[in-house]
Design a protein around this ligand. Sequence first.
Ligand code: NAP
Length: 251
Amino acid sequence: LIHHLALIGKSLGHSFSKKYFEDFFSARGDKESTYRLIELDDIQGWKEKSLSVYNLTGFNVTIPYKKEIFNLCDDCTQEALLTQSVNTVKITKGKWLGTNTDLLGFDTALQNFIPHEFAQKAAILGDGGAAQAAKVVLKNRGIPFITIKRSHPNNEFDWREWLENRDTYRLIVNTTPVGMYPFVDQTIPFPFDLLTEKHFLFDMIYNPSKTLFLSLGEKHNAKIKNGQEMLIKQAEAAWNFWNSDQMQPTI
Ligand code: NAP
């Protein structure tokens, strides 16, 4: 099977996908498949272009188009429906089939991070696309959660619920891009000094490998994990989706 794949997004300077898939093609001795980066200022006309200009067999989607692509898909998986967002599209006979492999990525990474019997709660920081994936995974795992997001226009977080119950909200998941390269000296203003060795900090960011959010958590003895494994697992799941006959990847 020859693949013509791409990643679409607004700004792709940080992308890992091109190298990942090109290395993958080389390892398989596949000299014909391609993976390109396509920066789009908007997705107007993208459906036609994906076929007529780029002749794609599938593509990945990143910030800020996951929701818009979901709305443009001809059909989608349960994962896409549950999150109302799509990060992977398979193009078959001109039709777009969408899924969201961030779910599987986050689920696997989380499983390898928190204890098997995790009878605690979680706080999700941010409420964008990646947060929706986190919510579905936590719900499936029976982990109750709260979502904490900034207010507009003050840009402030309300930490009260977490502060009052911080011994039960032991998992904290950063789903915001704050602290991502090149803004490595930034972090969500989390009350880090109240963290203990009982807390688990997960940052979906993978570049840098240790964000300021994670280093401050580590400094206060929390266990930490970055977005690297999630990234690899979502890419593997995308590959499986492009190669499978059936549409439904299993979480
Ligand atoms: P998104 O849909 O744009 O959502 C971003 C969220 O972060 C929104 O809730 C946004 O709040 C909030 N936010 C943005 N800037 C902020 C700031 N300065 N202060 C406070 N909150 C802020 O983006 P996304 O697709 O969810 O991606 C978010 C991050 O997750 C990115 O860093 C991305 O690389 C990472 N990610 C990693 C993986 C992986 O495989 N490791 C997969 C998916 C995503 P507003 O609505 O108020 O703007």
